[in-house]
Design a protein around this ligand. Structure first.
Ligand SMILES: Nc1ncnc2c1ncn2[C@@H]1O[C@H](COP(=O)(O)OP(=O)(O)OP(=O)(O)O)[C@@H](O)[C@H]1O
Length: 324
């Protein structure tokens, strides 16, 4: 049986906004598990609660309720012991010393977990080469580009030999080339059998790396599925209709209410995701009512970004329905 390495149980965290004194329930009963060797994508719109969740997993933030168990150790009871299993790369690369050089950072962190510098010397050399940091090894971190800093932060995380690596937005703000490079490095890290949780908005990261995603919205988990299953789910319900004439304003309005997951290209190509297969008949009625000609109906392929947007949209609709 596959071993569960991380258990996130009933996590809750709220904040009082300093300025407005308004209460924000950043994380509201989040539960999920991660198996050893799994790469989990933690997704959600801005402000959904991803960073707060990651910080609770590594013990940087104390939850109001709930707990995180890593390899049998409850972080909230025994953080230091738990931290022996975790490396985290948080936003702003806070796991680096900005006044040390790239190499000094690697040497410092190598020594940090009880290894001698000698023991880690060849690994440091390898990492400097593999992460293309060798030329800049003697630069202060504060003088490195954001991409270089990010790569160094990953190298430092790797050096710790932890079972679990937590990554908060590892490709944020990187140019396309460096983003690609970081993605390749992450792939290698994952192939080395590490258990990884990545919070990201970067869909290529999800498609390239993650087997499973937990999607958070308003502090709650709204999906916890294998990426492939989510894709299949939406693939079978996504259609492209080629229309022979333009929709009336009234039709467009009705469409947005009944089938909010729609997109009209050039006034004639309607891409639509239906929640249930039977919805196709309602859609036909809506179109026929105003004598819209349907020239062609195709099932469409869908990318993960669309899957993600659809899930968030569905959740919004449910929230609206449950208020009404
Ligand atoms: N220290 C804090 N004080 C007050 N509110 C906070 C604090 N940290 C987070 N929040 C609020 O909690 C909510 C969740 O924030 P969090 O950073 O966890 O979301 P996120 O999903 O990581 O978003 P993003 O993708 O924008 O980083 C937001 O509304 C945020 O404004």
């Amino acid at each position: 049986m596959e071993e569960i390495l991380i258990e996130v149980k009933g996590l809750k965290k709220g904040y009082k906004k300093r300025k407005t004194k308004e209460w924000v329930q950043a994380v509201n009963d989040v539960n999920f598990t991660v198996k050893r060797g799994e790469i989990l994508g933690l997704l959600g719109p801005n402000g959904a609660g991803k960073t707060t969740t990651i910080k609770m997993i590594c013990g940087l933030i104390v939850p109001d309720e709930g707990e995180v168990v890593i390899n049998g150790i409850t972080m909230q009871k025994n953080r230091l012991k738990g931290l022996e299993h975790i490396s985290a790369v948080l936003e702003g690369n806070r796991n680096l010393y900005w006044r040390l050089t790239a190499r000094e950072n690697l040497e410092y962190f190598a020594g940090n977990r009880g290894n001698s510098r000698k023991e880690k010397a060849s690994e440091i050399e390898e990492l400097l080469h593999e992460f293309k940091l060798k030329q800049k090894e003697n630069e202060l971190v504060s003088n490195l580009s954001r991409g270089m800093q990010q790569k160094l932060a990953l190298a430092v995380a790797l050096l710790a030999d932890s079972d679990v690596i937590l990554l908060d937005e590892p490709t944020l703000g990187l140019d396309i080339e460096t983003g690609y490079e970081v993605r390749q490095l992450l792939k290698k890290i994952s192939e080395a059998g590490k258990t990884i949780i990545i919070s990201t908005h970067d869909m290529p990261v999800v498609q390239d790396l993650c087997e499973r995603t937990v999607i958070i919205n308003d502090g709650k988990v709204i999906a916890d599925e294998k990426v492939e299953e989510l894709m299949n789910l939406f693939e079978t319900s996504a259609y492209v209709l080629t229309l022979g004439n333009e929709l009336t304003e009234q039709q467009q309005k009705e469409l947005d209410v009944k089938f909010p997951m729609n997109e009209l290209l050039d006034g004639m190509k309607l891409t639509i995701t239906l929640e249930q297969d039977n919805d196709i008949y309602d859609l036909m009625d809506l179109l026929k009512k105003e004598n819209t000609i349907i020239e062609k109906i195709d099932r469409t392929t869908i990318n993960f970004e669309e899957v993600f947007m659809n899930l968030i949209q569905e959740e919004k609709n449910h929230a609206i329905h449950s208020i009404n």
